[in-house]
Design a protein around this ligand. Structure first.
Ligand SMILES: NC(=O)c1ccc[n+]([C@@H]2O[C@H](COP(=O)([O-])OP(=O)(O)OC[C@H]3O[C@@H](n4cnc5c(N)ncnc54)[C@H](O)[C@@H]3O)[C@@H](O)[C@H]2O)c1
Length: 258
């Protein structure tokens, strides 16, 4: 089979865990050269060590603009160009109703989930302008499309990611840069495993029962396997998907269709 990303330079934030780590492995299988980052140095090093491709990695907190600037400079030195950027890093606050969410938790959710994507695109786009094109994928959430009880500050930030995506898509469409968002519902990554553990501590339920409760409102009645989401990341960014931009694609078992 042809490798869809042969020699392409692919940036992934939040690459130390979950979707980001699996995406790095799948892009490597498809021939990519990788620029990985995460705030978690240990997770990032584990991901980088699992790869058999050209890779650079930087510890990067997506809320810190200077670190984005340094990462882009590192990519320029190492690879000279940037073809694909996946703004994937994210953080979910503990499950609680809006009136129990602190101002600090709200600010943190906006800083990581929304401003992190803004700063990422702000510094990725000029490199893609210079390259004459590219593809950006921002990882939002089904909670960026519809209301989501108990995760209000997360939902607010993920709605912002969808808005940023649409604006950047419009601004860059004539520069041959496609910008899309991905909106998964629950998938069994460490983020959702942690959320399930919180529920189990409260209810005493086992993991299967908790996942069944989480999936209660999903027409397909299950959480997804991470690879079901990651395959969509690759397809959305692939050169063959040449006419899709400004979209928020839900991989959600039907959650946002009802
Ligand atoms: N798993 C799901 O069900 C689900 C659903 C919808 C959206 N998402 C989104 O998918 C993305 C990936 O999440 P995941 O499920 O793989 O979870 P995860 O917790 O396994 O991975 C998130 C990664 O982001 C990193 N990160 C957190 N704060 C950061 C910061 N300030 N700077 C840089 N990196 C930071 C973490 O260290 C971690 O490696 C997130 O944006 C998340 O909101 C996940």
């Amino acid at each position: 089979m042809d490798k869809r990303f042969e020699n392409k330079v692919v940036l992934i934030t939040g690459a130390g865990s979950g979707f980001g780590r699996m995406a790095a492995q799948r892009f490597a299988d498809e021939g990519a050269r990788l620029a990985l980052s995460d705030v978690n140095a240990e997770g990032l090093a584990e991901t980088a060590a699992s790869l058999k491709c050209e890779v650079i990695s930087d510890v990067l907190d997506v809320t810190d603009e200077a670190q984005h600037i340094a990462h882009i400079a590192h990519i320029r030195d190492a690879f000279g160009t940037l073809d694909v950027a996946i703004n994937n890093a994210g953080w979910g606050h503990d499950l609680k109703p809006l009136h129990m969410v602190s101002g600090d938790e709200f600010d943190r959710s906006i800083a990581i989930n929304a401003k992190g994507v803004f700063l990422g695109m702000k510094h990725q786009l000029p490199m893609m302008h210079a390259a004459g094109g590219g593809a950006i994928l921002n990882v939002a959430s089904a909670a960026g499309l519809v209301g989501a009880a108990m995760i209000s500050a997360y939902a607010a930030a993920k709605h912002a990611v969808v808005g940023l995506t649409r604006a950047a898509a419009d601004e860059n469409a004539r520069k041959n840069i496609r910008v899309n968002a991905l909106c998964p519902s629950f998938s069994s990554t460490p983020m959702v495993q942690e959320m399930a553990s919180q529920i189990e501590a409260r209810t005493g339920a086992d993991r299967d029962t908790t996942y069944a409760q989480i999936a209660n409102r999903i027409p397909m009645a299950r959480v997804s396997e991470p690879q079901e989401v990651v395959q969509a990341m690759l397809w959305i960014c692939a050169p063959e998907n040449s006419f899709m931009t400004g979209q928020a694609i839900a991989i959600d078992g039907g959650l946002t269709a009802i």
